[in-house]
Design a protein around this ligand. Structure first.
Ligand code: B12
Ligand code: SF4
Length: 295
């Protein structure tokens, strides 16, 4: 899989945009590590695969290709949203020309919604992962390692003997406390600079405390099936980030953190009880004014 972080983003921006260099300013860019990819890594690291995380947003296409040349990956995983699709499909096609032996796996909201179109509009994709990827990616890689066709792995779309095969949907993970903590160590938070509206102090990290949202806003695509981590499980991850990575600031990417007033209050208690010196911010929803007020 992908990646590695070696270059400070400020130096990179300064190199790319001479005005910043001339003004000697450090540009603020809104880039944070992708939880989507970092959640996939722990199981495949456990299985003995060599996993790297490459932050494509910070590098030119040539830089990305150089880094891939150094890594010589067997499998390249890419996370995709619809807004990125035009750029991504171009990048994947070009990447596949240079690394024709590498297997390209895509996942995320765009491939989940537009499985066939991903193949129709991009030549470089070998596998689409539908929905949650932790178990699908793990089982796919283990199959590929054994040179087996992953017909028995749920959650996949791929071409086999000229036919598009869709394996059954994978069931969502109900107990998301059971998932290993995302592999923050692959994308050191001190290298990142989020948007100024997202943090008070640095270094900063992201947490996914729940998956899904029950509301029905028509413009929004999110899983309507809500699953929440326990307050203690979230606090364990924050404690690790504070103690191991010196994190001072957390942004929750839950769709609606205050959905459960009980959990929100338990979480506040956990942070106080553990004496963690960390600022944190959440997205809420006007439907829970009482909890929002308490926070
Ligand atoms: C965090 C987040 C951001 C962060 C991104 C941080 C980052 N570096 O990734 C920021 C603030 C930068 C951001 C920006 C935007 N975002 Co946003 N964001 C989210 C949010 C809230 C959480 C995503 C997340 O990390 N979820 C947790 C992970 C664990 O779940 P996941 O992403 O679904 O990943 C799982 C599976 O999809 C799969 N998977 C994902 N990728 C891959 C890759 C491989 C190889 C495999 C095997 C599997 C796999 O496995 C993962 C683990 O189970 C989602 C809403 C949501 N609840 O998902 C919106 C969401 C993704 N964002 C959205 C939008 C529209 C935007 C913006 C366009 C907003 C704007 N107007 O500027 C920008 C554009 C970003 C871009 N260039 O892609 C939409 C995308 C809709 C679409 N069809 O593309 C979403 C779905 C919000 C919504 N409900 O509509 N966003
Ligand atoms: S409350 Fe937010 S996450 Fe939930 S459906 Fe509406 S816009 Fe989407």
């Amino acid at each position: 899989m992908l990646a590695c972080w070696e270059q400070d983003q400020h130096d990179f921006m300064n190199e790319r945009i001479p005005l910043f260099k001339w003004l000697k300013i450090k540009p603020l860019v809104n880039v944070v590590p992708s939880p989507s990819l970092l959640y996939l890594a722990p199981y495949i690291i456990d299985d003995g695969h060599d996993v790297h995380y490459l932050e494509g947003l910070f590098f030119t296409f040539e830089n990305v290709m150089d880094r891939l040349s150094a890594l010589q990956p067997d499998v390249i995983g890419v996370t995709l949203t619809s807004v990125d699709w035009e750029n991504s499909r171009w990048m994947i096609t070009e990447m596949k020309k240079l690394f024709s032996d590498a297997i390209v796996v895509v996942g995320g909201i765009h491939p989940t919604l537009w499985q066939e179109r991903c193949f129709q509009e991009c030549d470089g994709i070998d596998y689409v992962v539908k929905g949650e990827g932790e178990y699908t990616m793990r089982e796919l890689l283990n199959c590929l390692q054994k040179k087996e066709i992953p017909l028995e792995v749920p959650g996949l779309v791929f071409f086999h003997e000229g036919q598009l095969v869709k394996t059954p949907d994978r069931e969502t993970v109900e107990d998301i406390d059971s998932l290993p903590m995302p592999a923050h160590q692959l994308a050191p938070p001190d290298k990142y600079l989020p948007s100024p509206t997202f943090y008070n102090r640095l270094p900063h990290a992201n947490i996914i405390g729940a998956r899904g949202c029950p509301y029905l806003c028509t413009f929004c695509h999110t899983d309507r099936h809500v699953r929440m981590r326990s307050a203690a499980n979230i606090a364990d991850e924050i404690e690790w980030l504070v103690k191991e990575q010196g994190i001072k600031d957390i942004a929750f990417w839950d769709d609606t953190f205050t959905l459960s007033e009980k959990r929100a209050l338990e979480f506040c208690d956990e942070i106080l009880r553990r004496g963690l010196d960390v600022d944190w911010a959440v997205h809420s929803f006007h439907g829970q004014p009482r909890t929002a007020g308490l926070l």
